[in-house]
Design a protein around this ligand. Structure first.
Ligand code: ADP
Length: 162
């Protein structure tokens, strides 16, 4: 049987404990999980792609079967290129649903063979996103329960906090 490869695309600006929870769950379903960092310039990310990739790499180093990559352009094309048969997305709350549903249907239209899998994080991460973490970090708040240490250090450095 061929390897089952799942791609987990996102901005990861930066990666949080919520993303890591989804990555761990995905490893149960796939032989290889490729965390794929998108450029998405519309989001005006705080960290450039290389920084985001480096942070993801540092955070997933101990999780077997997980790789990190980045891509431009269409997700369906990228998935095909790396041989991924499924896309993994996280669903935190009903508020995520509308956007995720739209994206999933568009991607399915572009490639009807691509399977899109939604995973729910532990409920303690349902309120967490990268934007809120950046806001708290910017004002010097404690973010140690939201992100791994390596990300916490990077955020403090970026915002010039001790
Ligand atoms: P995007 O810009 O593509 O939404 P994100 O980095 O914000 O990228 O998120 C990537 C994926 O991870 C999305 O499916 C998002 O819903 C999911 N996600 C983000 N934060 C969490 C979290 N705390 N718990 C579960 N899933 C999450």
């Amino acid at each position: 049987m061929s390897e089952r490869i799942g791609v987990y695309p996102g901005t990861f600006d930066p990666i949080t404990n919520g993303h890591i929870d989804i990555i761990r769950r995905a490893t149960v379903l796939f032989d290889r999980v490729v965390v794929a960092v998108t450029t998405n310039p519309a989001k005006r990310p705080l960290f450039d792609v290389a920084e985001r990739v480096a942070m993801v790499e540092a955070c997933v180093r101990g999780i077997p079967g997980v790789e990190v990559d980045s891509f431009d352009g269409l997700l369906v094309e990228y998935a095909k290129r790396i041989g991924a048969t499924a896309v993994i997305r996280g669903l935190r709350a009903v508020s995520d649903f509308e956007f995720e549903f739209q994206m999933a249907l568009v991607n399915r239209k572009l490639n009807p063979d691509l399977v899109i899998v939604f995973l729910m994080p532990n409920e303690k991460y349902t309120y967490l996103n990268s934007t809120i973490v950046k806001e708290v970090a910017q004002f010097g708040g404690n973010i140690s329960c939201f992100v791994p240490e390596v990300v916490e250090r990077k955020l403090k450095e970026r915002f010039g906090k001790p």
